[in-house]
Write a new protein. Structure first.
Length: 320
């Protein structure tokens, strides 16, 4: 942006902050947080804050296994967007960038913008921006060009998704940023889809890593089923649930602290007989799967006669 455009943008932001502009959107709310709560000046030219190597290492250690399991998803996302001049950033819940992907030919550009490991992109220090505002509002969003609070960031387009840990707590943010002037609305939507998918993949892989000995169940949970996962132990008791599963099934920390049969949780809304039948069907299906469809072996594993197993299979409509 030129100096004239900078002044226009700063004036527009200040009007919203002061209340002389009646804007009531989520963007306006973020601008007001930036100006009123954090006392930031939209015209400030101060570059993004950067932390020392020791602080970056400490932040990486706090993310623990999630940072390791995220690597494959970061690589795949960069393959999808890196060729068109985008960088991929992973920030912790404080907004500190702990990992990134970028084409070497773009490194100097992204470094100058602060799209680099060690930079802090919290809303508190950078005002409205993809990473910081995503962490505050905890939702997938795009902050496009002059939607940014600072005029110096008004050439950036940033799409960010929140990432939750195995306890359902906000842990990180995944961002794709670009300073290209020719990004179309349609392409930004494609980036948003890719970012959301990658964030869900990181959550799912981190959840599986957190419960290595458990059976991971994917219950029906509408559009959020991709990260609606439940960890079940050998006794079919729920031992863990992702944030989406907690929201979908009303699983509180208190509920998880008590033994909870998976069938009772997933079968909510069914009658008792339906739940018992579903549990029986699941037991028989697992036995048949383990035996490769061999009814005699499955019956032996279940400590029942072959005739009894056949009868139950017929009752439940099961085939080999």
């Amino acid at each position: 942006m030129g100096r004239g455009a900078d002044a226009v943008h700063a004036e527009r932001v200040l009007k919203v902050i002061s209340g002389s502009d009646a804007a009531s959107s989520a963007l306006a709310a973020s601008w007001r947080r930036s100006g009123r709560l954090h006392a930031l000046d939209p015209a400030s030219r101060t570059l993004p804050q950067r932390l020392a190597a020791a602080e970056i290492t400490e932040a990486k250690d706090k993310l623990g296994p999630m940072l390791r399991v995220a690597q494959a998803s970061l690589d795949r996302l960069f393959v999808a967007v890196g060729g068109v001049g985008c960088s991929v950033l992973l920030a912790d819940r404080s907004g500190l960038v702990v990992d990134r992907r970028g084409a070497p030919c773009d490194d100097s550009t992204f470094d100058a913008w602060g799209l680099w490991t060690g930079a802090v992109w919290s809303e508190k220090v950078e005002g409205t921006n993809g990473i910081g505002t995503c962490l505050v509002e905890q939702r997938l969003l795009t902050i496009d060009r002059d939607q940014h609070f600072f005029t110096r960031n008004a050439l950036l387009s940033c799409t960010t998704a929140p990432i939750y840990d195995e306890h359902g707590e906000l842990a990180a943010a995944l961002d794709v940023s670009s300073c290209r002037a020719d990004l179309t609305e349609g392409f930004v939507r494609l980036i948003a889809t890719a970012v959301a998918d990658a964030a869900r993949a990181i959550e799912a892989e981190n959840f599986r890593h957190a419960f290595p000995a458990a059976r991971i169940v994917l219950p029906p949970a509408g559009e959020r089923a991709g990260v609606s996962l439940i960890a079940v132990d050998d006794g079919d008791l729920v031992v863990g649930a992702t944030r989406a599963a907690r929201l979908a099934f009303g699983i509180s920390v208190e509920k998880l602290a008590r033994p909870m049969p998976a069938a009772d949780l997933i079968g909510r809304g069914q009658g008792e007989n339906d739940r018992i039948e579903a549990a029986e069907r699941a037991v028989l299906q697992r036995a048949l799967a383990r035996s490769g469809g061999n009814v005699s072996k499955a019956a032996k594993d279940l400590d029942m006669s072959r005739a009894t197993l056949h009868r139950k299979m017929n009752q439940l409509g099961l085939r080999r």
